[in-house]
Design a protein around this ligand. Structure first.
Ligand code: DQQ
Length: 509
């Protein structure tokens, strides 16, 4: 039991037991942050889905509450699935979610707080009008789910919601409905957006971001399009289980959204996260004046291991989401500032000189929870050396690379976390710089949970040091367990001239 307790997270949200998946209906109400989530009351695998519920004052410490909604009507008896909250200007909350009916058809349902004077919103009343939406003609009966938070269209002052689906040609898409009372809806003739080849769009999210507001300030979902306001469209792709977003422009007159750059459209371009992160959802926090992102992190354990330990999954640390005003091409995400209140003691390691192939131990005692900030600077000489090999190394891709064991001229460098003294277990988190055929440096940020022995000896033979040879002989891994997913993942990150390479790592058992 002590071992199992050690494996559970301490500051990432987890229910007390059993299976959890998507975050649902996050909102702030009368002094409390509310998190609902997909939960199985009967075990540590997906099924019997209900809405779990927890509240917090600070997005970090949580109080578990009774289930908010359970499958108890013909229209949701196969599961109370994912949904979103909308807070009306008069303070009322409209909770729209998907039900899987007795026939397995996906329908949209409305619930409201049964007692709006209860800040904890413990009881929910499902609408007499349910289901408020059924799949429209041409939409598959099981391809119609996960309504968004509603936004006010400034042109006609009616609410809009989007719902994800796919068409018969496997294009992912978002339908748009107009409503004034959240009970009656009109399907609009145009789609919010559609992208060929991306399949079913789950958990669509749609929200404005500002390129002009002071750093850190977010926008309410209904903030009107205007100067400096962009709209983010996110879809969770059923087929590859990743959350893709794109930044673009929303036209209230047509209720269409178009990406700024068609080459990095939803589902083919940027992701929120390159590790395990799915079915995410944002909400506007009126107190912190910020947009906050929650995402479901499925553990990489096998189903057998999940059942043995009695739980599966956690939620990401909530992240503040902002437009990267320096690049204009991507979002910035950062753990909510409240996480920093958990810091107890600090240790600094200044001015370390990292030589190629070296591993420098950092003594952090026996801590198993860490909030690490590290800044790396590449020496001018090393950067120049990189230029000698101009064109030789590109293209680079974390997942297709040899991981942390694949040495180049300017990488990998970073941290080995959750490592034991002999480095027989470790997880490498690192940067890898590559000079492309165009002579420009590109920066990649990767995590290697499975350190490959595979390396291209011909290309790199001249770089191999004795350290690296030891590494090849003892294939080192993030865990001794052999029944979990171990992969190398990551992405390129935009780094502007003169910027340091900094990393924040939260270790939570
Ligand atoms: N999870 C829910 C669905 C959603 C999926 C069911 C995404 O509503 O599409 O548990 O993980």
């Amino acid at each position: 039991n002590a071992m199992l307790a050690w494996q559970r997270t301490a500051f990432h949200f987890q229910p007390q037991k059993n299976w959890m998946n998507d975050p649902n209906g996050p909102l702030y109400y009368k002094g409390w942050y509310h998190l609902f989530y997909q939960w199985n009351p009967d075990g540590a695998v997906w099924g019997n889905i209900t809405w779990g519920h927890a509240v917090s004052r600070d997005l970090v410490h949580w109080l578990h509450l009774p289930l908010a909604m359970v499958p108890d009507h013909w229209y949701d008896i196969n599961g109370v699935w994912t949904g979103s909250a909308t807070q009306l200007p008069d303070g009322r909350i409209m909770m729209l979610y998907t039900g899987s009916t007795e026939d397995g058809v996906q329908v949209q349902l409305l619930a409201e707080p049964a007692d709006p004077s209860d800040p904890l919103l413990r009881r929910w009343a499902k609408s007499e009008a349910n289901p408020v939406l059924v799949p429209p003609p041409g939409v598959g009966l099981t391809d119609f789910r996960d309504p968004t938070t509603a936004w006010l269209n400034p042109a006609d002052k009616a609410w809009r919601i989007a719902i994800g689906s796919k068409n018969q040609e496997h294009a992912g898409l978002a339908l748009v409905y107009s409503t004034e009372d959240f009970v009656h809806y009109d399907l609009l003739p145009t789609l919010l957006h559609v992208v060929q080849g991306t399949g079913m769009w789950e958990c669509v999210d749609f929200y404005p971001v500002s390129a002009e507001l002071a750093a850190g300030v977010g926008l309410d979902t209904s903030a009107a399009p205007g100067p400096g306001v962009k709209h983010v469209l996110k879809a969770s792709l059923d087929y590859d289980r990743n959350d893709y977003y794109a930044i673009g422009t929303y036209d209230p007159a047509t209720d269409r959204w178009a990406p700024d750059d068609a080459a990095i459209d939803v589902g083919i371009g940027l992701r929120y996260d390159y590790g395990k992160f799915y079915a995410s959802k944002t909400f506007y926090d009126p107190v912190g004046r910020r947009r906050v992102l929650w995402g479901w992190i499925g553990e990489s354990d096998s189903e057998r291991a999940d059942v043995l330990k009695g739980w599966a999954s956690l939620q990401s640390i909530p992240r503040t989401v902002l437009m990267d005003t320096k690049t204009g091409s991507n979002l910035l995400q950062w753990p909510v500032v409240e996480v920093e209140n958990l810091r107890m003691r600090g240790k600094r390691f200044d001015g370390l000189d990292l030589q190629p192939g070296s591993v420098v131990p950092l003594d952090v005692g026996r801590a198993t929870q860490l909030d690490i900030e590290a800044v790396f600077q590449v020496q001018a000489g090393a950067a120049a050396a990189g230029s000698v090999a101009a064109g030789a190394e590109a293209p680079y891709n974390c997942s297709a690379s040899a991981g942390a064991a694949g040495r180049g001229l300017l990488g990998p460098f970073g941290l080995l976390v959750v490592a034991d003294d002999s480095l027989s277990e470790q997880t490498a988190v690192y940067f890898y710089l590559v000079r492309g055929a165009d002579g420009k440096l590109s920066t990649h940020f990767c995590q290697d949970a499975f350190r490959y022995a595979r390396i291209d000896l011909n290309l790199h033979a001249f770089l191999i040091t004795s350290t690296l040879i030891c590494t090849i002989l003892n294939v080192v891994r993030s865990s001794r367990a052999n029944d979990l997913v171990k992969a190398v993942y990551g992405s390129s990150v935009p780094v502007l001239t003169g910027e340091d390479l900094s990393v924040r790592i939260l270790v939570d058992h």
